[in-house]
Design a protein around this ligand. Structure first.
Ligand code: F6P
Length: 360
């Protein structure tokens, strides 16, 4: 079975459903099966940056209720690149050595980092600089981590967006309206495409496929001519205006947040079709809530696979899902390119063949 190990686990980047099932599986496998120690690091790399490091020793009894719990009990952050960390005086400082030292102070033999491509890149840089043994697990509702067909959180987000379309269907039909559902997806349209097909959208707009308002309005007027007085549109937040601008809101903290393409489209659809339009922005509902069965399964399998990599001392690797198998790849290969919707994908073809308008 090899020497007893002490491993750390952290969740990094935006949260999503399925992180807690990963933590539960890691603890069950590492502590329950291998009799190792697991330290849960608080709030991503912030827990290692703190002096003393902030962590919780985790035992099997601590993870009892985690399978169905949304979010992450360890906390997370998607702000504050440690290599240019915003200090209270407004300056940016390289805090990487503080984080690296946290790992060594805790006497860790390895660390499991659960994150998207941005987090994986930062953790890998820290691991290389600080001689850490790192294993990564992909998570993001956007499902855009390269190489893996599925990341933790995506399935739950698709379920939430599909449920929203199911509900909007009835109210759109009752009022003869066009209802636009704006979903997340910072760089890719996987949520919109999957939920759009599953939830019966008439029009699906994703950043990978340029649209024209003329095509969208034609689809709506064709439906009207066929006696369908309502239409459902799903749009990914990263879809740009017809002239190619990103739609962004700046909040009071000075952050640029994607959002508003739904309203942009609604105004123009009203102008061309005369149909009353409404917009629902689903936002962070897609990240919260109980993980779907698939995210629980994937999270459990990824957690176990990550512990197995450490048991075999295979580091600098990410666990991935490919052709119904858990396969590990070098982290560098997984983050080299993010995964957008492939225009030859079976789902793109499926959507077109049942008459869904993709805007092009
Ligand atoms: O990358 C995941 C994601 O949920 C995106 O879809 C979205 O644009 C972003 O995070 C929102 O991040 P925040 O938590 O900062 O609002």
């Amino acid at each position: 079975m090899g020497a007893k190990k002490r491993i750390g686990i952290l969740t990094s980047g935006g949260d999503c459903a399925g992180l807690n099932p990963v933590i539960r599986a890691v603890v069950h496998c590492a502590v329950g099966t291998y009799n190792w120690e697991v330290l849960g690091i608080h709030q991503a790399t912030m827990g290692l940056m703190a002096s003393p490091p902030k962590f919780t020793p985790m035992n099997v009894g601590d993870v009892d209720a985690l399978l169905t719990a949304g979010g992450t009990i360890l906390g997370t952050t998607n702000k504050g690149n440690p290599f240019a960390y915003p200090m209270p005086d407004g300056t940016l400082r390289d805090r990487s050595e503080d984080i690296i030292s946290g790992y060594h102070q805790l006497g860790l033999d390895a660390i499991i980092g659960i994150g998207g491509d941005g987090s994986a890149a930062i953790l890998r840089k820290l691991a290389q600089q600080g001689s850490w043994n790192l294993v990564a697990i992909p998570k993001t509702i956007d499902n855009d981590v390269g190489v893996t067909e599925r990341s933790i959180g995506f399935d739950t987000a698709v379920n939430v967006a599909t449920d929203a379309l199911d509900r909007l269907h009835f109210t759109a039909a009752s009022h003869s309206r066009v209802i636009i559902l704006e979903v997340m997806g910072r760089d890719a349209g996987h949520i919109a495409l999957n939920a759009g097909i599953a939830g019966g959208a008439d029009i699906i707009l994703i950043p990978e496929i340029p649209y024209t308002l003329k095509n969208i309005c034609k689809k709506i007027s064709d439906r009207q001519a066929a006696g369908k007085t309502y239409s459902l549109v799903i749009v990914a937040e990263a879809v740009r205006t017809e002239t190619g601008e990103q739609v962004i809101n700046k909040n009071a903290m000075g952050q640029n947040l994607l959002g508003g393409i739904g309203q942009y489209l609604a105004d123009r659809i009203f102008a061309c079709s005369g149909a009353e339009t409404r917009v629902t922005v689903l936002g962070h509902l897609q990240r919260g809530g109980t993980p779907s069965p698939l995210d629980r399964l994937l999270g459990t399998a990824f957690g176990v696979a990550a512990v197995e990599l450490i048991a075999n001392e295979q580091y600098d690797r990410m666990v991935t899902w490919q052709n119904r198998e858990i396969v590990s790849v070098p982290i560098q290969a997984a983050i080299a390119q993010y995964r957008t919707v492939d225009l030859q994908d079976a789902l793109v073809k499926t959507a077109r063949q049942i008459g869904i308008c993709l805007g092009d």
